[in-house]
Design a protein around this ligand. Structure first.
Ligand SMILES: NC(=O)c1ccc[n+]([C@@H]2O[C@H](COP(=O)([O-])OP(=O)(O)OC[C@H]3O[C@@H](n4cnc5c(N)ncnc54)[C@H](OP(=O)(O)O)[C@@H]3O)[C@@H](O)[C@H]2O)c1
Length: 343
């Protein structure tokens, strides 16, 4: 299956497309791919907007190996030019909006129709062997069950009917990620020539090359910054998802590339390094960073996680996580200091 080589090493793909390249997760992936010697076709909504693409153009080797393409999820055929000539595609673009005005049109439709739009471009290109679609554990963990310590593996799906009927905060994001991932896997079954693999990361943290501080980094470290609105959102995450599970952005990129390069990869892969509750995280942070006076009293959120997303399938396939809780948090703290959000 490995046909091409990069730096003398057999690879499944050498020219790849990354969709939504301006974003937190995708820009880190582009950086890692360029480091590894890949040629990258990166899609962005507005290549002329220097503020939004500068961090991509500044990555070492971008001059020789990175090409930007304009593409929008909601425009049919928009990804054709970027995907043409690629042998692998990382589909990362998706609206990450937890408080949309119009949930169907702002979040759900672009995520689902956009994913199919990208996959149809892959079929048309005829050269694409594998697509790694970045989903989320928002497609696996959300359910109404009262059961504690639920083991979440790749057979688990979020209950879309529950989200649509109860409309808890950020419900549309969970619906969008679930339906888009299901559509992607079904497309892979229907198109025998295209290998579709999905990855389901938990909350992604660490540092970033984006100009803005990623929402999830600020959210996870809100107990240190004391941002009350983000602390409330973090508690909601635990209530809706069942846990505050964390993974370092670099481990996500490594896992995405691992899934592209591993010929035997199939189906879904949960990508989670740490599983914790808000009270447990608060106790951890107050010990490790006593100078920030972290609140540890929480009466309105369960003391332990309700769900336990497992990366057993990913690890059993040969992937190893490099970042544990100390490195994830320490790097996030140093990053927020450089952005002036922590003293
Ligand atoms: N961060 C996390 O904790 C986390 C966890 C699990 C899964 N994920 C998944 O990882 C992916 C990236 O998330 P992120 O945290 O990196 O978010 P992000 O920084 O907001 O990136 C989202 C990207 O999607 C692009 N996008 C949104 N709507 C689009 C549209 N209509 N057409 C084309 N591109 C569009 C954005 O482009 P613009 O820059 O033009 O807006 C941006 O590049 C998403 O699929 C998300 O669901 C993230």
């Amino acid at each position: 299956m490995a046909a091409a080589t990069i730096n003398g090493k057999d690879c499944y793909a050498t020219t790849v497309c990354v969709t939504g390249a301006t974003g937190f997760v995708a820009s880190w992936l582009v950086k890692r791919l360029l480091e590894k010697g890949y040629t990258v076709h990166a899609t962005v909504r507005d290549p002329e907007n220097k503020m939004k693409v500068r961090h991509l153009l500044d990555i070492p080797k971008a001059g020789e190996k990175l090409k930007l393409f304009r593409a929008d999820l909601i425009e049919e055929g928009s990804f054709d030019a970027a995907i043409n000539g690629c042998d692998g595609v990382f589909h990362v673009a998706s609206p990450v909006d937890f408080t949309p005005k119009d949930p169907e049109n702002d979040v759900i439709k672009p995520a689902v129709d956009g994913t199919l739009n990208v996959l149809r471009a892959c079929t048309k290109a005829k050269t694409v062997k594998r697509v790694v679609v970045t989903s989320s554990t928002a497609s696996a963990c959300i359910n109404e069950s009262e059961e504690q310590d639920q083991y979440i593996d790749e057979t688990c799906w979020t209950d879309v009917d529950f989200l649509r009927s109860k409309e808890p905060p950020a419900w549309a994001y969970g619906v969008a990620k679930t339906l888009a991932e299901q559509a992607a896997l079904q497309y892979g079954k229907d198109d025998a020539g295209l290998d579709v693999v999905t990855i389901n990361p938990v909350l992604v943290v660490g540092s970033a090359i984006t100009p803005n501080v990623p929402y999830t980094v600020g959210l996870t470290l809100s107990l240190l910054t004391g941002n009350d609105q983000s602390i409330e959102a973090l508690k909601w995450i635990q209530k809706i998802y069942g846990a505050v599970s964390l993974v370092h952005v670099d481990d996500v990129s490594s896992a995405q590339i691992f899934l592209m390069e591993n010929p035997s990869a199939y189906g879904r892969y949960i990508c989670s390094a740490i599983n914790i509750s808000v009270p447990q995280l608060a106790h951890y942070l107050s010990k490790r960073y006593p100078q920030y006076n972290v609140t540890t009293q929480f009466d309105d959120v369960p003391p332990i996680p309700k769900v336990n997303p497992s990366s057993k399938k990913l690890v059993d396939s040969g992937f190893s996580f490099k970042f544990g809780i100390d490195q994830i948090i320490d790097e996030g703290v140093e990053y927020l200091k450089t952005k002036g959000l922590l003293d």
